[in-house]
Design a protein around this ligand. Sequence first.
Ligand SMILES: Cc1ncc(COP(=O)(O)O)c(C=O)c1O
Length: 415
Amino acid sequence: MAFSYLNKRLHCDGVDLETIAQKYGTPTYVYSESILRRNVQVLKEAFIDRGFKVSYAMKANSNPAILKLFRDYGLGVDIVSAGEYKMAERVGFTGPEINFAGVGKTIAELDLALESEIGHFNVESRFELDLLESRAAVLDKRARVLLRLNPDIDPQTHPHISTGLKRSKFGMGSEKVFHILTHSSEYPHIIFKGIHCHIGSQIVNPQPFYDLIDYLSLFTGRLHSVGVDIQHLDLGGGFGVNYEEPFEDILTTTPYLETFAEIANKKLNQFQLHIQPGRVLVANSAVLLSRVLGIKHNGDQHFVVIDGATTDIVRPALYNAYHKVSAHQESQNSKIGDVVGPVCESSDALARQRELPDFKSGDLLTIASAGAYASSMGSTYNLRPLSPEVMILKEGTAKLIRRRQSFDEMVGLYV
Ligand SMILES: Cc1ncc(COP(=O)(O)O)c(C=O)c1O
C-alpha cells in the first residue's frame, strides 16, 4: 500500500515523509505515482477497454505531471476555462482530445477553442449556443456540440456538488434540449453530436447513475421517434470515493465502476459513450503533509494548530467534508479535538471534534485524500504562498512537481 507505516513512521512508497518535510518544508502535498497509475489502470479496464471515451476532468487536479501520466493511458481532458486549455496544451493534448464544459464561456474562450478545433463543446444554455453559432460563423468553423441536459435527478450528495437537479444552474431542461435538437438546421455552424449530463460529484450510491442511464435511453428513444439520431452520450463524472478509508484501492471505495460501465453499454449500446471523471482518479493519491505549530485549549476545547490550512484544502470549510488525519509517528494515545490552520477564519479547520493522536508541537501529520479539489482549489488568502507538490515516483524517489510559490511571485502581481 502506498501510504503505510514502516517502523511506526508514515511512508509513501517506501519514502519516510519526514525526509520530504525536511527537504521541501511544510505544508506540502505528497503524491504517490503508483496510486495514480493504479487508479487510471482501473478506469482504463472498466471503461476504455469497453469502448468508452474517458476525459479527465482536470479541475480536480491540474498538475501537468498528473495530466501527462493520464494522457499516456489514452485519456482525453475535460476543461472549463482558457487556463485549463493552456495547461492541457502545454502537456501535449491535441484539439480533438479536449472537450470544453462549463456554464459560462467567454467569447475569447470560445474563439480559442474554435481555432484549436477541440473535440467538442458541452453547451449549457441557449445563449451559449447562439454565441457559439455566431463565433463559429465569424471564424468560418463548425463547432461540434453536446447539449448538457439537466435530467432533474437527485445524485444524493452534498447540495454544493449536486448539479443535475432542476433548480441548479447547470444544463438545460429536456424540453429545451429536445426543441434545439429538432430544430438543428437553425444552427448551420453547429454539428450536434449528442448529449452530456453530469448530475453531481462524490456519488457513492450508484442508483442515480442507473436512473440517468434509463432516463437517457427513454429520451434518445423519443428523439429517434421524430427522426433525430445522435451519436454521442457523455454521462459525466461524479464517481465517489471513501474519505474515511483514504488509503484503500478505488475498486474497494468505488465498487460500482464496472457494473455502471456494463449497464450503460447494455442499455445505450448504439452510442459512443463517454465519461469525464475527476475525483476518483486522484483523490486517494495524495496527502497534505503539515507540521504542528502548537497545541492550545480554549475552555475545554482542544486545538491542534498546524501550518497547513483551508488555503491548502478548502473542502472541510466548503462542504463540511471529512479528511482523515494521521500522525507521522504512529501512536496509541488519543484526544478529542480540532485540527485548525493559521488562517483568520473560524471555518479554517481541517478536522473537527475528531479523536486525534496526542500531538505535540513540531510533530508531523498528514491530511489524507488531498489529491482531488485540494491544490487545484488552493488560494493565497492571508497572502499564504501556494504550497508545493511532490510526487513519489514508483522507483521510490521524490520529484518536485510544483514549487512552493515565492513571496516575490505572490506580491509581484500587485502593480
Ligand atoms: C461537468 C463536470 N464534469 C466532470 C466533473 C468531475 O466530477 P468528479 O470529480 O466528481 O468526477 C465535474 C465536477 O465538478 C463537472 O462539473
